[in-house]
Design a protein around this ligand. Structure first.
Ligand code: UDP
Length: 254
């Protein structure tokens, strides 16, 4: 790490001021949290893998034509990004029933949805990020109706593109969480994809065995998290067969 000013520290990432105005540096930590940080561990090498996986996905999103905050990866754990005015929402896109959707509505995990679903959660740790409707979002001014329309369109395009990308490497994109922000250029503002895309924030299942290749391995104490993240990186062609990241296994932090 370096002497740059720390802008914000989250559960799995730290944001530092960037080398030029309008830029930040996003640092990927090894910390893993679940159930709104009630469960916490440090998993050696996770940050390095997430940095690489997220870099790869954001480059593909750009090639597909979606605007993002990503500029470039700088080193093993850091990427240079554009600073945005963040929209205080976690946007979850779902293709298959899992996690909180399964619990909330009593649905069996693994059911393919007849159409993909977008959900919004208001980012407020003290409130455990409650689910909110489009009306809450526009009424309380978290995003304007036009911004919300842009967010939905970007989330759907991202989901269609990434579902295909993962299918191509034998992985089902079950669901994912993404965030958006406002990018100002001169007088013009546009909504862009922000945050990260990694197995920390998406559910990825092997297409034939349904083996989980994501953070549910940690949430459910199943072990093998680093190996699973490496498997995702290998299938995407980001790391080669022989590249192994240091993995001592999860260490519980009280
Ligand atoms: N997710 C996330 N951060 C959160 C909550 C959810 O990245 O604070 C991701 C999660 O990894 C999954 C998707 O969003 O891929 C949907 O999560 P869900 O609502 O099922 O909640 P969870 O089961 O994680 O409590």
């Amino acid at each position: 790490m370096h002497n740059r000013r720390r802008i914000y520290e989250g559960k799995a990432k730290i944001l530092f001021e960037g080398p030029e105005p309008g830029t930040y540096i996003q640092f990927f930590k090894d910390n893993a949290t679940a159930f709104n940080a009630k469960k916490h561990a440090v998993i050696d090498g996770k940050g390095v893998l997430n940095n690489r996986i997220s870099e790869y996905i954001f480059i593909q999103l750009k090639r597909f034509g979606l605007p993002t905050h990503f500029i470039k990866r700088m080193n093993m754990r850091e990427q240079l990004i554009r600073s945005l005015e963040m929209i205080p929402l976690e946007v979850v896109v779902r293709n298959i029933v899992a996690g909180s959707l399964s619990k909330r509505l009593g649905l069996e995990e693994g059911m393919t949805l007849p159409r993909s679903i977008i959900e919004f959660y208001y980012k407020k740790d003290e409130l455990d990020d409650p689910i909110v409707s489009e009306e809450h979002i526009t009424t309380f001014g978290w995003a304007s109706p036009q911004e919300l329309e842009d967010i939905i369109s970007l989330a759907n395009r991202m989901n269609d593109f990434l579902s295909g990308l993962f299918l191509g490497v034998g992985i089902k994109l079950v669901d994912f969480k993404i965030e958006f922000g406002r990018l100002w250029e001169e007088e013009i503002m546009c909504i862009v994809v922000a945050d990260e895309f990694s197995p920390d924030s998406a559910r990825l299942w092997d297409i034939t065995t349904n083996k989980k290749l994501d953070k549910d391995l940690f949430r459910q104490d199943m072990g093998g998290l680093i190996e699973a993240y490496q498997e995702v990186a290998r299938r995407l062609g980001i790391i080669n067969e022989n590249e192994i990241f240091r993995a001592k296994g999860p260490v519980l932090v009280k």
